[in-house]
Design a protein around this ligand. Structure first.
Ligand code: GAL
Length: 431
């Protein structure tokens, strides 16, 4: 039977058979021994809280007989993970699914590595349901190439208010007051700020100071456009001065630790403040099961209600193991309203869609969404440079290294930093 029917197959049909066999073999290749489809998920969510969030991806897809093979790469902010992703993609062995953020989405799409998701965006009405600042960064040439999963706020000051009261201090409303409180705590032998001595964490501190002192227009011009005049403006000098004053207070107690270890020291009360994104909330909730009573959140001191953000997105890499149809199916599951609600609730972030109620969310996330609405009204919503949302990785790395050097070496002057950043812009690196 097979032989006879095989003789009657025309050449055109044979090509279809070969293509079909190829597709079957590829999806079979991706299938695990149990006949489930396998999806390699590369991400940098490795802290206790982040692992719990990443596991939601695994459990959600398992409901659809899709087995997630975790590919976690440690390193807050994802620099090592992004290097591994690049190496794998160039070697022709990309993960089917990867956490990426910011302009990198366009970069990967430009090179043809990503499955387009525009049909899903239309089905789910992303043009109506996503915040405008969320939509644009997921697109290239009018097509969507990633699903936006989280909006993390970065201009947060986490305070152990039990320890603050114990040391008879109050919550600072300005950077001058913060420096006074830091000095008072230091006098009592307390490390005021929970922070790890690495460029990504130290850079967040400076970014918060510069954004709040200079405001959105200054920050955009100076640190996203690297405009020479803006970089040498009084706002930059003032921000670097505050940055230096803080380094002088905490420098001798500064240690190398991951951001989540710093969060644990805040929770224990070994430190009183942490200035970082609301992934800290996810970490604190994972440790105690709910947002701890001992911790409060305040926007970092600023003259106006402002919102400094990054967005975690999921992108689907073109590979023999994942067809466009399969990518759209998985993307549909991971961009459902229920999944986005549940994921952000655990992660400490807020959903990227405007039409998801924050039922069950911690009070900081609720305030984050309220402040975001206000910042959208006043035009004070800003992508984080430090967390890969605003400039090319090369400029980000150069700027972070300059700021890290300044924070750690009192012989480096503000003029040195400003001159070096002005030189970076002369290289013409841009996305
Ligand atoms: C950010 C990421 C967050 C959080 C943080 C710490 O880049 O967007 O989801 O995990 O790193 O690793």
């Amino acid at each position: 039977m097979w032989l006879r029917s095989a003789n009657s197959i025309t050449e055109k049909n044979m090509k279809k058979l070969i293509l079909l066999a190829g597709l079957c073999s590829s999806s079979l290749l991706a299938a695990s021994a149990q006949g489930q489809q396998e999806l390699h998920f590369l991400h940098w969510w490795t802290s206790t809280g982040e692992v719990q969030s990443a596991n939601l991806v695994k459990t959600e897809l398992a409901k659809h007989q899709i087995k997630v093979v975790d590919v976690p790469v440690r390193g807050g902010g994802g620099t090592p993970a992004k290097s591994i992703l690049q190496a794998r993609a160039i070697a022709g062995n990309p993960p089917e699914l990867a956490q990426i953020e910011g302009p990198a989405i366009k970069a990967w799409a430009t090179l043809g590595f990503l499955h387009p998701l525009t049909s899903l965006a239309k089905d789910q009405q992303w043009e109506e349901t996503l915040y405008p600042f969320v939509r644009s960064i997921q697109q290239y040439n009018g097509d969507y190439y990633a699903i936006p999963v989280t909006v993390h706020r970065l201009n947060w000051m986490w305070v152990n208010h039990n320890k603050l009261a114990e040391y008879q201090q109050t919550v600072p409303q300005t950077w001058e007051q913060l420096i006074t409180v830091f000095n008072a705590l230091k006098q009592k032998g307390v490390m005021p700020l929970a922070i790890g001595n690495e460029p990504w964490q130290v850079g967040q501190l400076f970014e918060n100071i510069a954004f709040s002192i200079g405001g959105q227009a200054f920050y955009q011009k100076a640190f996203i456009e690297l405009d020479a005049d803006a970089l040498s403006s009084p706002s930059t000098y003032e921000a670097l001065s505050k940055f230096r004053q803080i380094s002088n207070i905490i420098g001798d107690k500064l240690i190398e630790q991951r951001w989540d270890q710093a969060s644990q020291s805040l929770l224990r009360g070994d430190s009183v403040f942490q200035i970082s994104g609301d992934w800290v909330a996810g970490e604190l909730m994972s440790t105690t099961g709910e947002f701890p009573d001992s911790i409060s959140c305040y926007p970092t001191p600023s003259k106006t209600a402002s919102f400094l953000y990054n967005i975690d997105s999921f992108a689907f890499f073109n590979s023999a193991q994942l067809s466009e149809t399969e990518a759209l199916k998985v993307a549909g599951i991971l961009s459902s309203k229920q999944f986005l609600h549940d994921f952000n609730l655990k992660k400490g972030s807020i959903p990227t869609r405007k039409d998801i109620e924050l039922t069950g969310y911690n009070q900081c996330a609720v305030k984050s969404q309220q402040d975001l609405q206000q910042a959208i009204q006043t035009g004070n919503v800003m992508p984080s440079i430090v967390d890969s949302m605003a400039v090319s990785p090369l400029i980000q790395k150069a700027a972070l290294n300059e700021l890290f050097r300044f924070f750690n070496d009192p012989t480096v002057t503000s003029d040195d930093v400003i001159l070096h950043l002005q030189n970076v812009s002369k290289t013409g690196i841009a996305f």
